[in-house]
Design a protein around this ligand. Structure first.
Ligand SMILES: Cc1cc2nc3c(=O)[nH]c(=O)nc-3n(C[C@H](O)[C@H](O)[C@H](O)COP(=O)(O)OP(=O)(O)OC[C@H]3O[C@@H](n4cnc5c(N)ncnc54)[C@H](O)[C@@H]3O)c2cc1C
Length: 399
């Protein structure tokens, strides 16, 4: 019997133990831990997911199939808090509408259901953090520590790292690779807030002054309460709380819960160089690089792990082919627009040019909507630099 250890029971880890306990039956012994005694009570998320069927033809076919299966698991295990038919993107005083179906889901219920449905078949260690591992000839040893300081170790065949980004299971090779490639990640801070004015659909705010390199969001749960937050490229901001307060003030939002922060990888798939370690969810970079969506991709990564029969080499090859190629294209597109999200002057030039250019506006609207939905349009490799040169040329006198 193979022994697997799942570190972290967020969306990725809980969906993995749920699927593994259903599919793998008696030929596997599952151990799982989470730093928190109740992993479902610490939600740092906008909880917004797209209706996957609307992505048909927009994302690669295999990605679409995995996301469709993820949505099925999601819908069987949670409730929809609210449905929306469009999203608003605010750029300065310009407003863009994206017609698309989105759901706000109850992520806490999702994680709780997935854990409770699998707990009889797993050995759960809630309140235990994994802090180290050793590779031995025929097994891996994982070291755990409880909040009270109680320590133990477990010997297993396979480790599934689902402990978010950065994972404690990153090897020195991976650290080197991430630092050499200047792998980008966002620092996010979010909470539930009361809104002074009614906002009826999910709203994204692009503003380098408040969230350099990222964006802010207001996702309404009801007429007066919303999931709100900001995400920004980490190297750009020093005081996270001040930035968040500035955002809350600007949009007349009153905190109802304690703001929680978390890092989010947005530079593509990360695979383990150590045999028998598999990174899923945020630990494996399963987040759409242009919009930060990671709920469905996290479940998809669990599905692929099980399809690969928990063989790390098969898993790595498959995720690089399916999600890796797709995310790399999005990363390239995002890198072209990143400077507008960071540099205030360039951002101003963009807004100015959008207001002036009758042709630019509809084109920009389409590019923006596709980037927000993670829709790869190969032609954008040419179109975005054209928009880019038009806007950046404003820095020089026009002839
Ligand atoms: C502010 C914010 C808003 C977001 N909004 C959206 C959204 O609206 N829609 C969307 O699709 N995606 C969104 N995302 C992304 C999405 O939340 C994540 O991609 C997804 O939840 C990843 O799931 P995960 O299981 O990999 O990680 P997590 O959900 O972070 O779970 C990791 C788990 O591991 C545990 N853990 C951590 N370290 C250890 C350790 N050493 N030992 C044991 N356990 C450990 C943690 O307690 C946690 O339970 C958002 C992310 C952030 C930060």
């Amino acid at each position: 019997m193979r022994k697997i250890f799942v570190a972290g029971l967020g969306v990725a880890g809980s969906s993995l133990i749920y699927l593994a306990s259903n599919i793998m039956q008696n030929n596997v012994q599952i151990y799982a831990c989470d730093s928190r005694i109740t992993p479902w009570t610490h939600i740092v998320c906008g909880e917004l997911v797209p209706e996957v069927s609307c992505l048909k033809g927009k994302v690669p076919e295999q990605v679409y199939d995995y996301l469709t299966y993820s949505q099925k698991i999601l819908m069987e295990n949670t409730r929809i808090v609210r449905s929306f038919n469009n999203m608003i993107i605010i750029i300065d005083d310009l407003t863009f509408n994206i017609n698309f179906r989105f759901y706000m889901i109850d992520k806490s219920l999702l994680i709780r259901n997935l854990i409770e449905k699998s707990e009889r078949k797993c050995d759960l260690m809630l309140g235990y953090s994994a802090y180290r591992y050793d590779v031995h000839k025929n097994f891996m040893r994982v070291y755990l520590r409880s909040r009270e300081g109680h320590k133990k170790s477990i010997d297993v065949d396979i480790i599934i790292a689902a402990d978010s980004f950065p994972s404690v299971f990153y090897s020195s090779d991976i650290w080197y690779m991430l630092s050499e490639s200047k792998y980008r990640y966002l620092t996010c801070i979010s909470c539930i807030a009361e809104m002074e004015q009614i906002i009826e659909c999910p709203t994204i705010i692009i503003d380098p002054d408040i969230c350099p390199g990222g964006y802010g969001w207001i996702f309404p749960r009801s007429n007066d309460v919303a999931n709100v937050g900001i995400g920004f490229l980490t190297e750009n901001v020093i005081n996270i709380s001040n930035m968040f307060e500035k955002f809350l003030r600007k949009f007349n939002l009153k905190r109802l819960t304690k703001p929680l922060s978390k890092t989010l990888p947005v530079d593509g798939i990360i695979t383990s160089s150590v045999h028998n370690i598999i990174y899923i969810g945020d630990a494996g970079g399963f987040v759409v690089p242009t919009n930060g969506a990671g709920i469905n991709p996290a479940i998809a990564s669990s599905i692929i792990a099980l399809e690969s029969k928990l063989d790390s080499e098969i898993f790595n090859e498959k995720v690089r082919k399916v999600f890796g190629d797709y995310f790399n294209k999005l990363v390239k597109l995002r890198k072209i627009i990143d400077k507008y999200l960071i540099d205030k002057n360039l951002f101003k030039s963009l807004v100015k040019e959008l207001k002036r250019g009758k042709i630019l506006m509809p084109l920009f609207r389409k590019v923006l909507s596709d980037l927000m939905l993670g829709h790869v349009v190969p032609m954008y490799r040419i179109v975005i630099p054209c928009i880019d040169s038009l806007v950046t040329s404003l820095k020089f006198p026009r002839l």
